[in-house]
Ligand binder design. Sequence first.
Ligand SMILES: [Zn+2]
Length: 55
Amino acid sequence: MARKTTKPRTTPCEPCKGTGEVPRTVRVGRRHRPVGQQVGICLNCLGAGEIPADH
Ligand SMILES: [Zn+2]
């Protein structure tokens, strides 16, 4: 098969701005008291920083 390999078309992830990480509020205790912010993995791109453009 002489099929061209298509370039992976991706677009930068918006929530994390391509970093793959997003700041998230850390909550503890039963009352979910916010104690600060922590960097967590971006759930939109799962840490990849970019998402497939065809999705
Ligand atoms: Zn992301």
